[in-house]
Write a new protein. Sequence first.
Length: 176
Amino acid sequence: LNDLLHLFRAPSLIEENRLLKKHLTTLQKDLSLLQEKIEASRRSEELLSFQSSHPEISLFCRIIGRDPSHWNETVLLDKGERDGVESDMAIVGAKGLVGRIVEVDGRWSKALLLTDSDSKVGAILERSRESGLLTGNSRGLLVLEYLSPGADVREGDKVLTAGFGNIFPKGLLIGE
């Protein structure tokens, strides 16, 4: 008798299961959207904190594109000549130096990222004051070259811009 009752309930259970799966899919999409909004909010808070601690930086922009060829590590930004952007301006993010402007148009600009193999920055280690040249490589990593033999370099040392040349001001954080 129980088996017979289960047979009669089977169509409604199948329909309930279908509806629950549909609801689960909707909830998973909503969760994904909420997680993205939380991450965007975290990035905004980080940027506001950075802005308040660096009042000398007055132009903030968004990345609107990336080089699809993967030959260059470049990004397109939503600010250009109309906003005061000029070639060779430093690009600084909340966590430090990102790159420099290499091309400018009226409403957009192109930035060469530090990870590009054509990128070179004079750098200094904060703790030991050792200096060298920071270059990008073909794998999207940074390499600190031309340190003196026996240089005192330790894991966790902060790497700062050395201020050589006219592009990057001295003392900007690059990384560790």
